[in-house]
Design a protein around this ligand. Structure first.
Ligand SMILES: Cc1ncc(COP(=O)(O)O)c(C=O)c1O
Length: 477
């Protein structure tokens, strides 16, 4: 099936061109930014000029100029009489990838909320892995469900946290993101509706766009979820899937109270919605006891729980998992065989060794996060006192209110001053929302955080205005 974006859908993602001079450049910049962000996928057919002109309330000449600019900049390609498709200019990287690759320069990287693994823990785990690997290499080494020993340990950890789990309910994946993609691939059909929080984890939203699901958002504010809105969305929209991050939500840091979990579980059961609960951050409880698994609060026959070692240990391990009914796990394993046959045995042995010591490692990791969070808060209070935030009870970042809608523009200016960071709009399902926010992770050392805040204060002093987002350097202008 050809992929296309309708004129009304595209118009809804664009800023109002009225008053912007020249309007065609303004619109072309916005479309190129959406392509770089991945909010519009590559090789997607753009609407006919005439239709887009009507949808945005601009003249046909303006839209012709927009498409000309997009083509000149490498963001679109046309075939005579056949239409215009999105493209990436030579040498430009999709923003999701650029963000993962991080700094190739000297910028302090606050774009990724991902800690490193202590050297000593790594050395111990590696020493344990050697002899086990010698045994494993005598076998074919394909484990589409995951290494049996690792499935058992993950199941046992769920059971200990209050959610009785058998190993056959666990699929070991290459990180939480892989788990989510597998679920979307098996349970979602293009055009299906998926309920998501707004803001939400940007790569999850990207996976949904790529699976061509339609997102329906429910708000998460500094005060958490509005359960009545979640319930009414489930009741009225009857989405096929719902994706939630109830534990130290990324990016807001909110923790969902137990009674809200129970209400949402009941509402999802009534609407027949599969809930995908991302517990990647669940163990990063800094000021409160670690939350119980979401699925332990009510009917859970249609709940898939996703977990990962990326935040408690190291993202580079690429070890995550999902917990689901055993029958679904079998289907999901079938899907994963089609993509990677199974995960690396070496990584899984390392993960097993680390998980066996997880209870010794975690307290130090939590203490480190507390110290770093305090250092970030102190530095912000001294150097940028006008910014505000609610201290999250856990997780790895502050969701800072800038007081004015300059998040994207500030991120550009901050990079010029040596700090790579994401504006709030990056986490939004709708363009333009959360421009007033910045996500600041506290995953680097206190000294580095202090230096980063000083550089951000210098960026602010340099001047950032809401309009300056239009000066994004990746555009042809
Ligand atoms: C909520 C959430 N889900 C998933 C991920 C991705 O995790 P993984 O590295 O295990 O794929 C992250 C990482 O930032 C995250 O914050």
């Amino acid at each position: 099936m050809e992929r296309s974006i309708g004129s009304r859908q595209l118009a809804a993602m664009l800023p109002d061109p009225a008053g912007a001079r020249p309007a065609y450049r303004h619109l072309a910049q916005a479309i190129s930014a959406l392509i770089l962000d991945g909010r519009i996928a590559l090789h997607v057919r753009l609407p006919a000029e005439r239709e887009l002109a009507v949808a945005v309330g601009a003249s046909r000449t303006t839209i012709t100029a927009v498409y000309d600019l997009l083509r000149d900049g490498g963001y679109a390609q046309s075939r005579q009489g056949a239409g215009t498709w999105t493209a990436l200019p030579e040498g430009r990287t999709h923003r999701g990838i650029a963000r993962l690759l991080g700094s190739v320069d000297t910028a302090i990287d606050l774009a990724r909320a991902a800690p490193g693994l202590p050297e000593e823990a790594l050395a111990d785990a590696l020493a344990q892995v050697g002899p086990q690997l010698a045994e494993q290499v005598q076998t074919p080494g394909y484990h589409p469900y995951g290494l049996p020993e690792l499935r058992a340990v993950v199941a046992e950890r769920f059971t200990r946290r209050g959610l009785a789990t058998l190993p056959e309910q666990v699929l070991v994946t290459s990180g939480a993101q892989h788990a989510l993609s597998l679920v979307l691939g098996v349970l979602g059909r293009p055009g299906d509706r998926v309920m998501v929080e707004n803001p939400s984890y940007a790569n999850a939203l990207d996976a949904m766009r790529r699976a061509r699901l339609r997102t329906v958002s429910v708000p998460v504010t500094d005060h958490g979820w509005d359960v009545e809105i979640v319930e009414s969305t489930l009741r009225q929209v009857v989405p096929q899937l719902g994706y939630l991050i109830p534990d130290f939500h990324n990016p807001t840091g909110c923790l969902m109270p137990d009674e809200e979990r129970a209400r949402i579980l009941r509402a999802a059961q009534r609407s027949g919605t599969w809930l995908v609960v991302d517990e990647t951050l669940a163990e990063l409880a800094l000021d409160v006891p670690a939350p119980l698994p979401f699925a332990s609060h009510g009917p859970s026959a249609q709940v898939i729980t996703i977990g990962s070692m990326s935040k408690t240990h190291w993202g580079g391990l690429r070890i995550g998992w999902l917990r689901a009914p055993a029958k679904l796990v079998t289907e999901l394993a079938g899907q994963r065989v089609a993509t990677d046959m199974g995960g690396s045995v070496i990584d899984q042995l390392l993960a097993l060794a680390l998980l066996e010591r997880a209870d010794d490692l975690l307290p130090a990791r939590l203490e480190q996060a507390r110290v770093q969070r305090a250092a970030l808060a102190d530095a912000l209070a001294s150097h940028i006192p006008q910014w505000t935030w609610h201290t999250p009870p856990g997780g790895l970042s502050l969701w800072v209110d800038l007081g004015e809608p300059v998040g994207s523009a500030f991120a550009e200016t901050a990079l010029e001053h040596g700090v790579r960071i994401e504006g709030g709009a990056y986490f939004s399902t709708d363009p333009g929302l959360f421009e007033q926010r910045l996500r600041i992770p506290y995953t680097v050392s206190p000294d580095t955080l202090r230096e980063a805040v000083q550089r951000m204060a210098a960026a602010l002093a340099h001047g950032v205005s809401p309009g300056s987002v239009d000066r994004r350097p990746h555009w042809v202008a």
